[in-house]
Write a protein that binds this ligand. Structure first.
Ligand code: AMP
Ligand code: GLY
Length: 422
């Protein structure tokens, strides 16, 4: 079979490495992939958002199945366009992808179907939003409606912060049209859990739970990033919470999308907060999370391609989806300065052992040498029979990679360890 994976980060590298385990796979094209992915797939220089070129490439190269991994091509309708040409693709249609591409859509859906989430108001007029802020409770959370590279959420600890967040989104257009509408929502407290799930629109199968580490620095301080590391499973996702999530959140969401005429196929990501009143939805993503995927897929024992195909042809209930009982830890190695400005172009030295455990995100090949080309450069993942061992092993392996100004957190998994020990 010929496969095409759209995207070019650590998440896509993890997907490709897993898909390669299926012996029916002949060729994997990555569009555009990156210098590290090139070791496992044929990289094609077409942007993930160039949908017409993607469809043409898939047609010309007799691609049997496409995996659309990032949010922007999904929001642009990549799956719809591929399906129009008779090419099956993993991922939601444009209309189902609104669950991520429009926060207003997601919040209204939750309200209509009684799915637990933070209470909220939506605004399309800056004056109305600003006058609401004069009396609302503080802290408060301001969210741009559309996609904003993970930066469209501002947790405001003061009224002044909230006013400047609204002004920057709605008046200064910091995120362009994504900030034309905003959601202002209740501040929730509690540990966060990421649950990625496979769904074919009717059956929903949660994957092993995980925990992201979004802040740049140790102790969960510093700027928000795309994620500096992950662990799985998440200790806060107890069997009791898992049961509540299935009954109160996962199934109702799948049913709600179906009722709204936009049945969801693919990976639906539930960003949850375990509050004192139970689990609540913080965000939905219409795709695999990054770097959650880098700990979740290494623990998947079943065939990923078979599961992905089952989500498109509605046979998920008859398809085995099994996860190992082990734990996993992924440590991201970033360019110093990330998520603010950073330098690129440094050669990466990496041992063969570490490379085998790595998912490359921001690197390109120059004359056969891997050099840094992005903020998050790579993730190093270890799996082991306990979380403690997985963390120790990931940090041992991470010593096998170096480049100028490399930066990593030194406490990935520390919070989860404290929770297990409680
Ligand atoms: P998001 O980009 O939607 O994942 O939001 C980024 C981060 O902001 C989340 O991981 C939470 O830590 C935080 N956040 C989002 N919504 C809320 C909320 N209603 N209450 C408290 N924190 C929130
Ligand atoms: N790690 C969170 C995300 O992929 O959006």
């Amino acid at each position: 079979m010929n496969l095409l994976v759209v995207g070019g980060g650590g998440r896509e590298h993890a997907i490709i490495k897993k898909l390669k385990q299926n012996s029916q796979v002949d060729v994997i094209y990555a569009l555009p992939g990156n210098g590290g992915i090139a070791a496992d797939a044929t990289c094609i220089d077409i942007a993930a958002t160039d949908i017409d070129a993607m469809v043409e490439f898939a047609t010309q190269h007799k691609v049997d199945f496409v995996v659309v991994a990032p949010d922007d091509p999904l929001a642009l309708g990549a799956v719809d366009k591929l399906n129009e040409k008779g090419i099956p693709a993993f991922g939601p249609t444009k209309s189902a992808a609104r669950i991520e591409s429009s926060k207003v859509f997601a919040k209204n859906l939750m309200k209509k179907y009684g799915i637990p989430t933070a209470s909220y108001e939506t605004f399309s007029d800056a004056k109305d939003a600003l006058s609401y802020l004069e009396t609302c409770p503080i802290p408060i959370v301001v969210k741009a409606d559309g996609l904003a590279l993970g930066k469209g959420v501002v947790v405001c600890m003061s009224r002044e912060d909230a006013v400047s967040a609204v002004k920057s989104m709605m008046e200064d257009k910091a995120f362009g049209e994504s900030g034309s509408n905003v959601v202002i929502e209740e501040y929730l407290e509690g540990p966060e859990v990421s649950v990625l799930s496979f769904t074919d629109g009717e059956t929903v199968v949660p994957m092993v739970s995980s925990m992201d580490h979004k802040r740049a620095n140790d102790g969960d301080t510093g700027l928000n990033t795309g994620g500096m590391g992950t662990i799985a499973p998440n200790p806060y996702y107890t069997p009791d919470i898992a049961k509540r999530c299935m009954e109160e959140i996962f199934l109702p969401t799948i049913e709600a999308l179906k009722k709204e005429g936009c049945e969801f196929h693919g990976c639906l990501y539930f960003g949850l907060m375990i509050t004192k009143d139970g689990p609540k939805v913080i965000e939905y993503n219409c795709r695999f999370g990054d770097p959650e995927t880098q700990v979740v897929l290494p623990l998947l024992k079943s065939d990923l391609l078979g599961i992905m195909m089952a989500t498109t042809n509605k046979t998920l209930s008859q398809t085995p989806v099994e996860f190992s009982e082990e734990s996993a830890c992924c440590v991201i190695v970033a360019s110093g300065g990330y998520p603010a400005s950073y330098e690129k172009g440094f050669p990466i030295k990496i041992t063969e052992e570490t490379l085998r455990h790595s998912y490359i995100a921001g690197a390109k090949l120059i004359d056969g040498v891997l050099v840094t080309s992005g903020g998050r450069v790579l993730g190093v993942t270890a799996t082991a029979c306990s979380l403690r061992r997985a963390i120790d092993e990931a940090y041992r392996l991470v010593q096998g990679v170096s480049f100028e100004k490399a930066y990593k957190r030194n406490d990935i998994g520390a919070r989860a360890m404290r929770a297990w020990e409680q």
